[in-house]
Ligand binder design. Structure first.
Ligand code: FMN
Length: 310
């Protein structure tokens, strides 16, 4: 998730059972311009779970060139891990992205999407995966076609978010279309959309027969979702974390973020603080304060107040 899935967030998710992660989407154009901040977004720590690097772009050669550069950077840096795969973003619905032929706009140009997969496969020695939506809109639900082309051109796996671009994030994800992709392909298909509990995960697995599940919003302030799902899949009891445990994780997340960004981490963490405290007694009363916190100690003080009330 752009603006969320940085090194700290990925570590916390892995500590709670995420088996693999994906970086925030990284602009291939910006990498090729030599933008340092963008290259930093692409950096994966050696302490992480297996992590794919996601690239977005509209030109297959530029995307391939960006991947080549970032993989070389990772290999040259002994403190960085090499991504386990390069994931191509063909799902982002944001206007600024699609208006330049990137993200989900690629689903409107299947031939170009296929060429992007093929070109990248030719240039790198890592697996290539693709993140898709169901299509552009209800009249163009072509995910089966684009996923097939991705497979034919060398993709190692696809992830399907069960919505069209026009749907953005509503209504509910359509799992039956993910099932159709699963039926049509031999490579692994990862299902995505609206999984925010173990029950949803079971539903996704049952309806789609998918090989894995990708979770985005369900992990916001709730990295425990991964262990919850594994517990239920393995027939074990699962007890949800207490407010105290959650806020302990939140402070740990904050300290990882501080290690990554220094003082800027406090601003970055405000949104995470709102997610971690969602639904807790007393949280609405301190929401405004959480959004104005200036240093790590203030978060600890506000969290201590909440622990006392929950
Ligand atoms: C804040 C935010 C940022 C996102 N950034 C990305 C991204 O960088 N790359 C991507 O493939 N999807 C991105 N997504 C979409 C999610 O990966 C996912 O497909 C979508 O949220 C549906 O899954 P969910 O119901 O588990 O959230 C983002 C979603 C959110 C909410």
């Amino acid at each position: 998730m752009a603006g969320v899935s940085d090194h700290a967030f990925r570590l916390v998710c892995a500590e709670h059972g995420a088996q693999a992660c994906v970086t925030e989407m990284v602009s291939a154009n910006a990498v090729c311009y030599g933008d340092k901040k963008t290259a930093e977004l692409a950096r994966i720590g050696t302490d992480e779970a297996p992590c794919a690097l996601q690239l977005f772009g509209s030109d297959p050669d530029t995307v391939a060139e960006a991947a080549v550069r970032l993989i070389a950077d990772a290999r040259a840096d002994e403190n960085a891990a090499v991504p386990v795969a390069i994931d191509l973003n063909m799902g982002c619905p944001v206007r600024k992205i699609v208006s330049t032929g990137q993200g989900s706009a690629l689903m409107r140009t299947p031939e170009k999407a296929a060429r992007m997969v093929y070109t990248l496969r030719e240039r790198i020695d890592l697996p290539v995966t693709v993140k898709l939506r169901l299509g552009w809109d209800d009249d163009h639900r072509n995910v089966v076609e684009v996923a097939r082309l991705a497979e034919e051109n060398g993709a190692a796996a696809v992830t399907v978010h069960g919505r069209t671009r026009a749907q953005m994030y509503r209504p509910a994800a359509d799992y039956t279309m993910i099932a159709r992709v699963k039926d049509a392909l031999s490579i692994p298909v990862i299902g995505n959309g609206d999984v925010s509990s173990a029950d949803h995960a079971l539903d996704m697995l049952k309806v789609t027969g998918c090989d894995g599940i990708m979770i985005a919003r369900g992990a916001l302030g709730n990295p425990y979702i991964f262990e919850e799902i594994f517990a239920i899949l393995n027939g074990k009891d699962y007890t949800r974390p207490s407010a105290e445990q959650k806020l302990h994780t939140a402070l740990h997340h904050l300290s990882l973020l501080c290690g990554l960004h220094g003082q800027r981490a406090v601003l970055e963490f405000r949104k995470h603080a709102a997610w971690y405290t969602k639904g807790m007694r007393g949280a609405p009363a301190i929401r405004a304060k959480l959004c104005a916190v200036e240093n790590a100690e203030e978060f600890a003080e506000l969290f201590a107040l909440l622990v006392a009330q929950n």
